[in-house]
Ligand binder design. Structure first.
Ligand code: NDP
Length: 280
């Protein structure tokens, strides 16, 4: 169980990934993303999750460079994730997209590179490109995002490298139990996107009651539930106080009873698209 914000999980290739990170979807390039990432690193975060399609890799890169200087953090203490966008899928185009992301981020390597969505007829070729980048040492771990069990089964059928991570929408209203069991049996780490259901989960009454009991906020309860469920989590906030709040989850423990009460909130409800039916 993670004891601090910098604690890591060992992925299936031995690479250590922080359990906790900052997401930057819908964060504007420029000062908004630069501030968020710098605050996060200043307050102890080591993992940042971006993607080409977020159009803020340049700002993320600038923030990383500045934070490394100002906070005395070295590149190898950070864990940077990006993702290949759907329109770039395919072998050559993925290799090009990776180089473009790396350049915008101003980095020499990535820690994790993900296939953003399982684009039908394309994701296997895309995976071959990720395997090449991995073998060349340009990325320390490769994985997927928004893959259901059947997508993983299909990919595993001829993959040389087993994905290290599957990043999926996951929160108390969409707890993804079947996928979590399958991923665990294959050594694939589950990572939650929209862990706060894009902010919606804060309003849940059951969670509010539990929060009151522990003297914590609803966001903290949900993020602690992720950690105790062995799920890597990457809440997004552009506010310094919330960036601190979200990561202050290492000084209490949810009881088995409260974990079960949160588990019982599942209603298979998505805030985002279903990976079997998306049109982007
Ligand atoms: P989250 O579930 O992290 O929720 C973010 C929202 O909640 C924002 O509106 C934020 O507002 C608000 N919020 C954050 N902290 C608190 C708090 N303590 N109290 C109240 N409100 C709070 O949503 P995201 O959809 O951003 O998911 C997180 C990350 O996952 C993304 O940023 C991205 O990196 C990744 N992701 C990946 C996807 C994929 O397809 N692979 C898809 C979607 C997300 P404010 O900023 O104003 O604080």
């Amino acid at each position: 169980m993670a004891q601090t914000l910098q604690d890591t999980v060992k992925l299936n290739n031995g690479v250590e990934m922080p359990w906790f990170g900052l997401g930057v979807w819908q964060v504007e390039d420029g000062s908004e993303v630069i501030n968020s990432v710098k605050w996060a690193i200043k307050h102890g975060y080591r993992s940042i999750d971006t993607a080409a399609v977020y159009k803020n890799e340049e700002g993320v890169g600038q923030a990383i460079a500045e934070a490394m200087k100002e906070e005395g953090v070295s590149r190898d203490q950070l864990f940077i994730t990006s993702k290949v966008w759907n329109s770039d899928q395919g072998y050559e185009s993925t290799l090009e997209a990776f180089e473009a992301s790396l350049k915008r981020l101003g980095l020499e390597y990535l820690d994790l590179y993900l296939i953003h969505w399982p684009v039908k007829g394309k994701y296997k070729e895309t995976w071959k490109a990720l395997e090449k980048l991995y073998k060349e040492g340009k990325v320390r771990a490769i994985g997927v995002s928004n893959f259901h069990v059947h997508h993983l089964e299909d990919l595993l059928g001829d993959a040389e490298v087993v994905p290290a991570v599957d990043q999926v929408e996951l929160h108390p209203y969409l707890s993804q139990l079947e996928l979590r069991k399958f991923a665990e049996s294959k050594g694939i780490q589950i990572e939650a996107w929209s862990p706060l259901a894009n902010g919606q989960i804060i309003k849940d009454e059951t969670i509010s009651k539990i929060a009151e009991k522990y003297g914590k906020t609803s966001a903290q309860i949900v993020l602690r539930w992720d950690l105790q469920s062995k799920i890597v989590t990457i809440p997004k906030s552009v506010k310094e106080q919330r960036i601190i709040e979200n990561s202050s989850v290492f000084d209490f423990e949810l009881s088995a009873e409260d974990m079960a009460a949160i588990d019982a909130l599942n209603k298979n409800e998505r805030t985002g698209a279903d990976p079997d039916n998306f049109n982007f």
